[in-house]
Ligand binder design. Structure first.
Ligand SMILES: C[S@@+](CC[C@H](N)C(=O)[O-])C[C@H]1O[C@@H](n2cnc3c(N)ncnc32)[C@H](O)[C@@H]1O
Length: 228
């Protein structure tokens, strides 16, 4: 079977809802469309991260787009982690096709006994993982805490800066006030980036990687945290 046939077969087995990121070949031809595409801006922004010679863990890697990309950008070792066995089968097929040195492991990062926690990496990444359901279910802090345990040097996170409470989250400010301090729930918006910044602030210094403007912006922003 060709690469495209193999990846399409896996996508059909696991269900399209598990293909978050469009799956591409080495020339960025689409193998299977996902919910989110890659564009030039994402590639350029991610390429600003200094991966040279570093060990990296990529949590919630899906079909491994950023896992493979980190290796191409010079990382010494990259481990892509996902809890879905089906997507990891796809990652292994792509790894063979790309002849990439990365590796993939199945872990559930909500598991407090997760074996990943026995290791640390130069860079721990969480790209396009925290979204609306994490805000609504108050799971941001536990996810950030897990990520932080995997590196003593550098964390890479991407989040949407701000969500409109009614239009995007489909909830009310009163509901969010029950979950979060008032300073993050204001002007009809939930200020996710500020929440993430403050969560890490005592221990990590935040540096934006993406270009940022004032106010609402829909595309997720890449941010780096460096240990103080
Ligand atoms: C929104 S996708 C992010 C994809 C990838 N980081 C990217 O930007 O292309 C989230 C991925 O995390 C995985 N995932 C969700 N919860 C997880 C958990 N508790 N442990 C490990 N992986 C998880 C999902 O299977 C999915 O592949």
């Amino acid at each position: 079977m060709s690469l495209v046939e193999q990846i399409r077969e896996i996508a059909a087995q696991i269900g399209r809802e598990h293909v978050y990121r469009t799956v591409y070949d080495e020339r960025l031809n689409v193998l299977v469309p996902g919910k989110e595409d890659i564009n030039g801006e994402i590639l350029d922004t991610f390429a600003r991260i200094d991966f040279a010679g570093k060990s990296v863990v990529d949590l919630g890697c899906n079909f491994g787009f950023f896992t493979f990309f980190a290796a191409r950008l010079g990382a010494r070792e990259v481990v892509g982690v996902d809890r879905e066995a089906g997507v990891l089968r796809g990652c292994e097929i792509l790894k063979r096709h790309f002849n990439s040195p990365v590796s993939f492991e199945a872990h559930d990062i909500e598991d407090p006994c997760c074996a990943l926690l026995e290791r640390t990496y130069d860079i721990a990444m969480l790209v396009e993982f925290i979204g609306k359901t994490f805000v609504l279910e108050n799971r941001i802090a536990s996810t950030l805490a897990f990520l932080e345990r995997l590196s003593e040097r550098e964390l890479i996170v991407s989040v949407q800066k701000v969500y409109w409470i009614r239009k995007e989250l489909g909830t009310s400010a009163e509901t969010l006030h029950a979950l979060y301090p008032e300073r993050y729930v204001r002007d009809g918006s939930f200020h996710l980036l500020e929440y993430v910044r403050d969560f890490y602030a005592p221990r990590w210094r935040m540096e934006p990687i993406s270009d940022m403007r004032e106010g609402y912006e829909k595309p997720r922003k890449l941010i780096r945290f460096l240990k103080m």
